[in-house]
Structures are given as structure tokens and as C-alpha cells.
Ligand binder design. Sequence first.
Ligand code: OOG
Ligand code: MG
Length: 262
Amino acid sequence: MKLDATTIAALAEHLESCELQARDTTKITDAYPDMDWDDAYAIQFEIQRRKIARGHRIIGLKAGLTSHAKMKQMGVTTPVFGFLADNYAVPDGGECRISELIHPKIEPEITFVTKAALKGPGCHIGAVLAATDFVLPGIEVIDSRYRDFKFDLKSVVADNTSAARFVVGGRPRAVSEVDLRTVGIVLEKNGEPVAFGAGAAVLGHPAAAIAMLANHLGARGEEIPAGTLILSGGITEAVSVKAGDAVTLRVQGMGSTGLRFV
Ligand code: OOG
Ligand code: MG
């Protein structure tokens, strides 16, 4: 760790204020170029602690930057992990208020729900599939607190990996009923298809993203508990949205989910 506890608390307060007030900021590594990965996750953890202290619940986890398309779009090379707070959840087919966000984009993702705990190190795709209760379509709404979505990996980890809103729905399936590598997805905006992909875009198999998350937590002595909802990361580039847009994600064999921006 390169930052002291006071600086970590101040940066968490700053980033969470930007989130709550929907205003952007320069990336924090500009002022703290020496901060390391542990500092970045400590800031994210402090944001989580602040939310829990105000009565929020953490209702899921996320992996991000897990596809080549996303890594290329953002100019980075390593996946990152974050959390989902209760107020991020939008009901299936529900509304998301643009005024609460800075510059939202949507991502088509495969959502996992676990039925057994997953603990690294050494977690692999097989362990993830055995511990998965079901998978279902999910759309993540990301909203980097950094100006123009410009960041490096440590800044985006501190900013809870741009997490803002998400919706899940459709038809939950057991992993034995689908091939998560070849499963096709179509993302539609206002009835027009705007992005296409297959599950393998995420690290060769979306379950690999969950295994990486378990190994990441395992290195900290933590695990993914049974019953956890996890977004495995955008399959395609993120797509910008504005008020008035209605978006739908169709996943082969898993139905669809969607939301409207107002
Ligand atoms: C970081 C979050 C990326 C994903 O699914 O790849 C992410 C960002 O691109 O702002 O959630
Ligand atoms: Mg995402």
C-alpha cells in the first residue's frame, strides 16, 4: 500500500460523492500516480463500507473488462472486479433515470447465480459450473465517474469499476442446458440490433470470469458465497444511451431482459 488510511477515505468520499451527485472528475491517479492495486481495492472497499453504513445492502458482484472488445475499447489488458449495491438494481422492463447518471453506457452480459461457495486460489471453470445455480441475461449500465470515460485500471477499480445500474431477467437456465461459449446474444436499442456476440468473447468462456473473481477474492482470504449474483462482463463494446432509449438484450435460449432510459 502506498496511500495512508486518511487519503483512502478521502478518495472514497470524493468518488462516491461524484456517483451520488452525477458529476465527473479527473482520474485519481493524476494526483496519486504511485497508488497500487491494494490502494485501489481499498478505496473501492471503503465506498462499499460507506454504503452499508447508510443502510444499503450489497446484492451482487461483477467482473469487468473480461472481453477483448471491452479491453480494446478502454485501452486496458486486465479484468477488474466490483460490487453491486441494492439501489443499482432496475426491475426487468423498468426505468432508469438518466438525470442520476453522468454518461451511461450499456453492456450485454451473462449473469451467474451461485448455489455453493467458490473459493480460490485454484478455482477453475469446472468448479464454477458445479457451483452455479442458474445463468440468465443481464444488462449492466456503467457510468464511469471519470471525465469522458478516460481512466487507467487502478482508477477504475477505485471507482467500483464504473458500476451504476443493472437489470436481469429472461429465462434462467441451468448451465447443463446451454453451451456458454457458443450462446449468441443480440443487444437492441429502440428496436434496432446494435451489438452481437457469443459467450466465448468473455475470456473464452464466461465462467472463466467467475473463476478469476474467486481467485482474486481468495488472495484476500474471501470467497464468493452461495446465492451470489455475478455479472461476468460485457461481451461487446459498451453502447451509449440517452433519455428516451429502450434497450433489450436477447440471449439464445434464455429469453430477454430490458430497460428504458427516462
Ligand atoms: C469499466 C467497467 C467494465 C465490463 O463489463 O467490461 C465492465 C468500464 O469500462 O468503465 O463493467
Ligand atoms: Mg460490465
